[in-house]
Design a protein around this ligand. Structure first.
Ligand code: ARG
Length: 261
């Protein structure tokens, strides 16, 4: 069964959509394998609490709840893969991952290569510094060592402020490493998504830190991402997302992780 389906899929890819449609009738699906059988591989970087985390070998968090609810409402099956951040984009490029959900900000640059769902979460950057730090704005970080997760919007705002090759910029593969280095004094500040930095500040109570929002930090919106042109997956995702927005499930998940303020 498995082999047959794989063979069919690669053939369909080879011959292209037009032929596939004419070969399979107006539904565009072969009778033997309805779309309900397909299991979509969801990639995530499960080191971004409380959005994606790994607890006792299990991926959990806000985005995991959102994606599972979207899939249920949209009528499709999913399988989770903890890819990490950069490899998530590679996985989508290579086709080893069908869908990415990982607090991914919808940006014009990413839209060149990927398609995004409607937004499911609003966010912004914040600066994490020691409580007694004189830093009040992003500009005040000039000359200081700044930790970010590499290839994120946090890295982008720092580069925009201090230049592409700013010496003090330290890009980490994952967010927890940047925060660890901050707590160990190896960087003076971390710039990253509000929800995650707020999570860490709340969790670590023996030392005192503060979070600063610079006026230049724009609203960001998280979207569910697929490889450009994967309209099959995107239609299902947006359908499911619309349903969980309307029936209150998305709000319920939000409140579970962030309270209802
Ligand atoms: N929202 C930011 C971005 O899209 C950071 C996301 C990082 N996500 C993660 N799971 N590490 O660039």
């Amino acid at each position: 069964m498995k082999l047959g389906k794989k063979w069919y899929t690669s053939l369909a890819l080879t011959v292209g959509m037009g032929l596939m449609l004419s070969a399979c009738g107006s539904g565009g699906q072969p009778a033997a394998t309805g779309s309900g059988d397909k299991v979509y591989v969801i990639g995530t970087d499960a080191a971004y609490p409380p959005f994606q985390m790994l607890e006792a070998d299990k991926i959990s968090g806000h985005d995991i709840d959102v994606m599972n609810a979207v899939a249920e409402a949209g009528g499709f099956k999913v399988e989770w893969k903890n890819t990490g951040w950069d490899p998530l984009f590679d996985g989508l490029d290579k086709g080893t991952v069908d869908i990415g959900i990982s607090s991914i900000t919808i940006t014009e640059k990413r839209k060149e290569k990927y398609d995004f769902s409607e937004p499911y979460f609003e966010a912004n950057q914040l600066i994490l510094v020691a409580e007694d730090s004189p830093v009040q704005t992003l500009a005040d970080l000039k000359g200081k060592k700044i930790g970010v997760q590499a290839a994120t919007t946090g890295e982008e705002v720092v580069k925009k402020a201090f230049g592409e090759t700013y010496e003090g910029l330290k890009g980490y593969d994952d967010m927890p490493s940047s925060v660890d280095d901050f707590f160990n004094g190896r960087v003076d500040a971390v710039v990253g998504d509000n929800g995650v930095l707020q999570y860490y500040v709340k969790k670590i109570q023996n030392k005192k830190f503060k979070l600063i929002k610079d006026d230049s930090f724009e609203k960001e919106f998280y979207g569910i991402m697929v490889k450009k042109g994967n309209t099959d997956a995107m239609t299902k995702i947006n359908d499911g997302l619309k349903k969980i927005k309307e029936n209150g499930k998305l709000q319920e998940i939000h409140d579970k992780y962030f309270g209802n303020k």
